[in-house]
Ligand binder design. Structure first.
Ligand SMILES: O=C(O)[C@@H](CO)OP(=O)(O)O
Length: 342
């Protein structure tokens, strides 16, 4: 097993097990390896889970050490990622944060940075349970703690057990100080990108006021107009249209390219920033979006395929077969998790 350049395919590897058979790798694929064998590649040993998944697996070498590509995410023959299918299909999960301390007190929150309640923590964990078999390669959150807590708590339930890691790109130093120096560790992590553009809409002078008291003072209709009209902003705040301008632009410029490259994405954000993104995904009119209400902590699944967003509703539970029947890619991903974890 010679040292080789990063990502160079190596020629032979040792099968440990009953027979101690040696095997050749042909055309970047490892074929017909019996279940239960361990592959020794450089310094690392990996168990073979099934011969089928290893047909797609390639063995890669780094300057000092050879490692095995994660079979769940191994590149397929056409060079795209396998998550969740070979045909550039990707999952998109949207989650509105769990209940916050100001949701509980019925206060206008907007861009005030308020954490989750205990109920919100539980909602986030339950959301995570529901999406625990759906691939997540990248996570986007707003810059606000309630969305970040939701994403992190949800990921504690994910069966793939990758580690979500917040990217610190706010300065060159922050970037340099948070570098990871192991390719293998990077592969076992999920980048989390916090973007202010996904924040809740800025509620201006309503922030911190009680919703009920404000309705009594200004009249129900006026407050409903501030809360749910498309283009009427509250005093010194953003309308949904203004919120959509920054949130949808961020989605199109930063998140859509990830989906196009086959990466599955989770977005943890807010009632109004997500309403504006859903308006874009579902092509809702400004009239239709008015009646769109999102509950806290309920994940919504979309499949991105051939430049279209296909709404799949909300996964009910990890065992719910219907959700996995949505695409063959999702079913296959789940099956691989079952095989890896069994
Ligand atoms: O207070 C807020 O920031 C939002 C979300 O909780 O309220 P609304 O329901 O009016 O969109």
């Amino acid at each position: 097993m010679a040292n080789a350049m990063l990502h160079q395919t190596v020629g032979t590897f040792q099968l440990l097990g009953n027979s101690g058979t040696r095997c050749e790798i042909r055309n970047n694929s490892v074929k017909l390896i019996p279940r239960g064998f361990e592959v020794e590649v450089g310094l690392s040993k990996r168990k073979i889970y099934s011969s089928r998944e290893w047909k797609l697996g390639v063995i890669r070498a780094s300057a000092s050490q050879t490692s095995v590509v994660d079979p769940v995410l191994a590149p397929s023959n056409n060079g795209t990622r396998e998550s969740p299918t070979k045909s550039n299909e990707a999952a998109l999960i949207l989650i509105r944060h769990g209940e916050s301390l100001w949701n509980e007190k019925n206060l206008f929150t907007g861009c005030v940075d308020v954490p989750l309640t205990k109920k919100g923590v539980e909602e986030a964990i339950e959301a995570g349970r529901r999406i625990s078999n759906i691939p997540v390669d990248m996570i986007y959150t707003s810059a606000l703690i309630r969305a970040q807590m939701t994403a992190m708590l949800a990921m504690t339930q994910h069966r793939r057990k990758k580690v979500p890691i917040i990217m610190h790109n706010e300065s060159e130093q922050a970037k340099a100080w948070s570098q990871i120096y192991s390719e293998e560790t990077i592969k076992q992590s999920i980048p989390v990108i916090a973007a202010w553009q996904l924040n809740e809409r800025m509620y201006g002078e309503l922030q911190g006021l009680n919703k009920q008291e404000t309705a009594e003072r200004f009249g129900k209709e006026k407050v409903h107009e501030w809360r749910r009209s498309y283009d009427i902003p509250p005093s010194n705040g953003e309308s949904l249209e203004m919120c959509a301008q920054r949130a949808v632009a961020y989605f199109r410029d930063n998140i859509e390219p990830q989906l196009q490259s086959g990466k599955s994405v989770m977005i943890a954000a807010h009632g109004n920033s997500l309403r504006s993104i859903i308006m874009y995904l579902d092509k809702l009119t400004s009239q239709e979006v008015i009646s769109l209400e999102l509950s806290t902590g309920i994940p919504m699944l979309y499949i991105f395929k051939e430049d279209n967003f296909i709404r799949r509703g909300s996964p009910v539970a990890p065992t719910e077969t219907g959700v996995y029947a949505y695409t063959r890619g999702l079913a296959r991903y789940r099956q691989k998790l079952d095989e890896m974890l069994h």
